[in-house]
Write a protein that binds this ligand. Sequence first.
Ligand code: BJW
Ligand code: ZN
Length: 249
Amino acid sequence: MDVVLPEEVRERVREARRVVAFSGAGVSKESGLDTFRGAGGLWEQMRPEEMATPQAFRADPAKVWQWYAWRWKTGSGAQPNPAHRALVRLEAVFPSFTLVTQNVDGLHARAGSRNLLELHGTILRAHCNRCGRSRDMGEAIAESPEEPPVCSCGGRFRPSVVWFGETLPEEVLFRASQEASSCEVFLSVGTSSTVYPAAGLIELAHQAGACLIEVNPEPTPFSGRMDLRLAAPAGEAVPALVDAMERCR
Ligand code: BJW
Ligand code: ZN
C-alpha cells in the first residue's frame, strides 16, 4: 500500500515537533487477537459487564480469572505485527513522540516502543484486590489456572487491567492528556473511540488544533473531524503512513 499525504497534512507533518499516536484493539487484530466490538469481537460472545467489571469479579472470580488466563495465553503466543513495528520508527522521526495505548496485551512494548503510556493497564501483571501486592500474571496463572490465587493477606489476585467503573491510573491519564493537548499531529489507530475517558484524548487534540489522522477500516464517531482517514487494516496502512511521514521530514 502507498500513502500520499494531502498537501496540508504534509505541511503539518513536516513542521511537527510533538506527535502522539493513540491505539486500540484493532492494531493487534493482525497479530491474531480479537477486538472487543464489531463482528467477531470479544463482546459478541459475552457482555462486557459479565467480564470487565469489579462486580463481575466479585460475583464469579473463577469465571473472570479463567477468561483473562485465556487472553493472557493467546497474547503471549502472539507476535507484534507491522503496525506495532512501524509505530516504533516514529520515535526517531519527531523530537517528541508518545504512544498512548488502550491495549493491555503488551505488544507495543515487545515491538520496542519506549515512550509508551498504557491507559487501561496490562494483562502481564496481577495485583491483590486487598493489599495491592503486584506479581507476574503468567506465574499467578501457572500457580492457579482455574481461580484467582489467594494473597498472603487473604485478598485475591486480579489482572492489572482497568475495568468499567474503575478510574484510569491517574499519572498515566494526566501525562496522556498533556501530550494530546500539546501535540501538533495526532494519529488514531484501530480504536472504536467509544470508551471514555480515553476517547476524550482525540477531542483534546482536536481542540488544540492538531492535525488528526485516523487508521481504521470502519468509521468512528470522530471520523468526520479527521484531516486524513485511511480506511484500511493497520498492518498495511500504518507502515505506509510512516513511510510517507518519514519522506516529508
Ligand atoms: C481495525 C482492524 C485492523 C478492526 N486495523 N483497525 C456513559 C457515557 C460516557 C461514559 C460512560 C457512560 N457510562 C459509563 C461510562 C464510563 C465508561 C465508558 O466509557 N463507557 C462507554 C462504553 C459508554 N468508562 C469507564 O468506566 C472508565 N472509567 C471511568 O470512566 O472512571 C470514572 C468513572 C467511575 C465510575 C463511574 C463512572 C465513571 C474505564 C474504562 C475501562 C475500559 N476497559 C476495557 C477492558 C480492559 C481490560 C480488558 O482488556 O479486558 O478496555 S473495555 C475495552 O474497550 C478495553 C479497550 O481498551 C477499550 C477500547 O476498545 P478499543 O480498543 O477501541 O477496541 P474496539 O473493539 O472497541 O474497537 C476496535 C476497532 O478496531 C474498531 O473500530 C475496528 O473497526 C477496528 N479494527 N480490525 C485497524 N486490522
Ligand atoms: Zn494482598
